[in-house]
Ligand binder design. Structure first.
Ligand SMILES: [Zn+2]
Length: 166
């Protein structure tokens, strides 16, 4: 597993933990000391993401991580936050046992986590993911945050757990 930060090919395992269908390993790059997490799944089945335009693509943890990292850039968050949000989201997805999941469900899961951590990171992620097209929509979301209400709908566990509809 190459380092996600510098690409170096060697890392050491600093922690490993069984999760439902695999092993989660915390690794540290031997070159730049960055920490990242890998999953070794016991089930070979891949997880597919259904995009808004109905295209299907294999779940890509790096893409998820990149989106979260961008949203959290220069925010005063504890180190490891980006990884943890990605880890938790991925673990929830695999725990759900589904083979397919819509990108909307994944986005909602990430938004719910970010909303509890940092509102600026949340807004950045939401503005990309929800594709705010005008300032009014953005203002509505900010107003809702300011008034202390959560704007994130609870992730719809039913749609996450129900069988694929196709
Ligand atoms: Zn590295």
């Amino acid at each position: 597993m190459d380092c996600l930060y510098c690409g170096y090919h060697n890392s050491k395992v600093i922690d490993s933990r069984d999760i439902n269908d695999g092993i989660r390993r915390r690794r540290q790059c031997l070159k730049c000391d960055s920490r990242f997490t890998t999953y070794e799944r016991l089930q070979p089945a891949g997880l597919f993401v259904i995009k808004k335009d109905a295209r299907r693509e294999e779940f890509n943890r790096d893409k998820l991580l990149t989106g979260i990292r961008k949203a959290c850039e220069k925010r005063p968050l504890p180190s490891g936050t980006v990884d943890k949000v990605a880890d938790d989201t991925e673990a929830e997805l695999y725990r759900s046992g589904r083979l397919e999941v819509s990108s909307t469900v994944i986005g909602d899961m990430v938004m719910e986590k970010l909303c509890g951590l940092d509102h600026i990171a949340y807004l950045r992620f939401a503005s990309v993911y929800r594709e705010f097209t005008d300032i009014t929509t953005l203002k509505e979301v900010v107003d809702t945050l300011v008034s202390g209400e959560s704007v994130v709908p609870r992730p719809n566990q039913l749609s996450l757990l129900s069988p694929p509809t196709d």
